[in-house]
Ligand binder design. Structure first.
Ligand code: HEM
Length: 435
C-alpha cells in the first residue's frame, strides 16, 4: 500500500512540541519555595546534586516553571510511588487544561491539537483502553518479535562503518526502535521509509517546525486510517490488526482510538529507547572496567539493564498529573486542582530507598526502580526494551577517546505535557554519545 499525502481533517494525535533549545534552558529557572533550580545544561545532564539538596529539605516542593506555571515537584521515592498509584491524583487532559487556564495567571494550556491518548485518561476510560491494547500487546506477541529485533540490531551493528568515529545515536539508537515499532504494528516494508520520515518529523522537528509537524501528523493520520480499513477487511498477525479486532463486551476501539494508540506507541516507545541506549552507553563508556565485565559476562545484561534504568533512566519527569481533592504527600498537604510533577530521576536516586544511589551496582538487593512508572499507567511497553537487550552484549568496538556529548535537545516522556507557553518541557534527560 502506498502512503498518501491527502489531508483528512485535523490530526487527532498528540503532537509533541518537544526539544527545548539549550540556550533557552540555560536562561530558565524553576523557582522552589527555598531556592531556584537553574535549568542549565549542567542540571539536565546531571540533576542528582540539585535533587539531593531538595530531598534534604523535604519530599515535596512547590515549584514554578519559567512560564509561571506552578505545581508540586516530588523528589522522594515513597511519595512518588504514592502519587503514581493514587486514584485521586489524575491525568485527565481536560482537567489539567482547565486548571492551567483558570488558576495559572498569564499561562494558557496547549491548543486543541492534543488528543486524549490512553496515557492522558483516567478510569474508567483508561481501564477500557488499556484492556483493549493489552490484548494486542501480549508477552507472546513481544516474545514472537525477539528474533526479528535481534536481526534488526545485528544488521544495524553490521552496517556501522568499521573505521573512524561512529555516531551511536544516528546509526543504531534512532533506527532500532522505529524499525521495531513498524515491525510490531505491521507497517508494510514498502511504506516504512515514509513512515519513518513522518515519525522523525513529528518527534524531532520541535516547536519551530510546528506547521511541518502538523502536516506530517495529518499525512500519517490519513495513511493509518487507510491501513486500519485494510486490516479490518483482512486482519493479519500484527499489532495493528490486534488493535482493530480487539473487543471489550463486543465494543471495538474506534478508528480515532486506534490512530491515537499508534501515535502513543510511537511517542512513548521511540524517544525513550533512544535515550536508554544513549544514557547507558554514556555511563559504560565512562566506566571501562564495567564494560569489560559485561562483555565477559553477558548473563549480567538483564540485571545491568535494570540498574542503568534506575541510575540514569530515559524519563526524567513523569507526565503531568493533578489533584482532585486534598491530599497529604509526605509532610505536605496539597489542595484540590494542583499540578503535580513526579521526578522519576530523583525517586530513583533516593538514598532512603537505594543504598549509595549514585553508584551503579548490578547486584542491588532491592531493585524496584520507577523508570517505567508505577500504578495503572506503568509502561505498557516495558517488555520490549527488556527483551531487546536480553541477548545483545555491548558492541565490541573501540571506545572513543573523546568525550561524548549531549544531544542538542532534552526530550522524553515529559514532552507529552509541553510547557504551556513555549510548548516545551525542559525536564527530561537525553544523552547522546556523539562521536
Ligand atoms: C526504555 C524504554 C521505556 C521507558 C523508560 C518507558 C517509560 C514509561 C513511563 C515512565 C511511563 C509512565 C508515564 C507516567 O505515568 O506518567 C510509560 C508509559 C507508557 N509506555 Fe513506556 N517506556 C519505555 C518504552 C516503551 C515502549 C517501547 C513502548 C511501546 C512501544 C511504550 C509504551 C508505553 C505506553 C503505551 C504507556 C502508557 C501506559 C498507560 O497510560 O497506561 N513504552 N512508559
Amino acid at each position: 500500500m502506498n502512503a498518501t499525502t491527502a489531508h483528512r481533517g485535523p490530526p487527532i494525535v498528540p503532537v509533541p512540541s518537544s526539544t527545548a533549545h539549550p540556550a533557552e534552558c540555560d536562561e530558565a529557572v524553576i523557582v522552589t519555595t527555598t531556592a531556584a533550580i537553574e535549568l542549565s545544561e549542567e542540571f539536565l545532564r546531571d540533576p542528582a546534586p540539585v535533587y539531593e539538596r531538595l530531598r534534604e529539605q523535604g519530599p515535596v516542593h512547590h515549584v514554578q516553571l519559567p512560564s509561571g506555571l506552578a505545581g508540586w515537584l516530588v523528589t522522594d521515592y515513597t511519595v512518588a510511588k504514592q502519587v503514581l498509584a493514587d486514584p485521586t491524583v489524575r491525568k485527565d487532559v481536560h482537567q489539567i487544561r482547565r486548571i492551567i487556564d483558570t488558576t495559572q495567571t498569564g499561562v494558557h494550556a496547549m491548543g486543541s491539537d492534543m488528543a486524549e491518548p490512553m496515557l492522558n485518561t483516567d478510569p474508567p476510560e483508561h481501564t477500557r483502553l488499556r484492556k483493549l491494547v493489552a490484548k494486542a500487546f501480549t508477552p507472546r506477541s513481544v516474545t514472537a518479535l525477539v528474533p526479528r529485533i535481534e536481526q534488526i540490531a545485528d544488521d544495524l551493528l553490521a552496517a556501522m562503518p568499521t573505521t573512524g568515529p561512529v555516531d551511536l545515536l544516528s546509526t543504531f539508537a534512532f533506527p532500532l526502535p522505529i524499525t521495531v515499532i513498524c515491525e510490531l504494528l505491521g507497517i508494510p516494508v514498502t511504506d516504512r521509509d515514509q513512515f519513518r520520515d513522518w515519525t522523525n518529523t513529528i518527534l524531532f522537528a520541535g516547536a519551530q517546525g510546528r506547521e511541518t509537524v502538523l502536516a506530517a501528523a495529518a499525512d500519517m493520520h490519513t495513511y493509518l486510517c487507510t491501513l486500519i480499513a485494510d486490516r479490518r477487511a483482512v486482519p493479519g498477525e500484527d499489532m495493528l490488526s490486534g488493535l482493530v479486532i480487539a473487543t471489550d463486551d463486543g465494543a471495538n476501539l474506534t478508528e480515532t482510538e486506534v490512530v491515537s494508540m499508534v501515535f502513543l506507541l510511537l511517542v512513548a516507545g521511540h524517544e525513550t529507547t533512544v535515550n536508554l541506549i544513549g544514557n547507558t552507553m554514556l555511563t559504560l563508556l565512562g566506566d571501562p572496567d564495567r564494560l569489560t565485565q559485561l562483555r565477559e559476562h553477558p548473563d549480567q545484561v538483564p540485571a545491568a539493564l535494570e540498574e542503568h534504568l534506575r541510575h540514569l533512566g530515559p524519563v526524567h519527569i513523569a507526565t503531568l498529573r493533578c489533584t482532585t481533592e486534598t491530599v497529604t504527600l509526605g509532610d505536605t498537604t496539597i489542595g484540590a486542582d494542583e499540578l503535580v510533577f513526579v521526578s522519576l530521576a530523583a525517586a530513583n536516586r533516593d538514598p532512603h530507598r537505594f543504598t549509595e544511589p549514585e553508584l551503579v551496582d548490578y547486584d542491588r538487593a532491592n531493585p524496584g526502580h520507577l523508570a517505567f512508572g508505577h500504578g495503572i499507567h506503568v509502561c505498557l511497553g516495558a517488555p520490549l526494551p527488556r527483551r531487546r537487550h536480553h541477548r545483545h552484549h555491548p558492541p565490541t568496538r573501540p571506545v572513543p577517546a573523546h568525550k561524548p556529548r549531549h544531544r542538542p535537545h532534552h526530550a522524553g516522556m515529559a514532552d507529552q505535557q509541553p510547557h504551556p507557553r513555549t510548548g516545551r518541557v525542559a525536564c527530561a534527560t537525553a544523552l547522546g554519545a556523539h562521536a
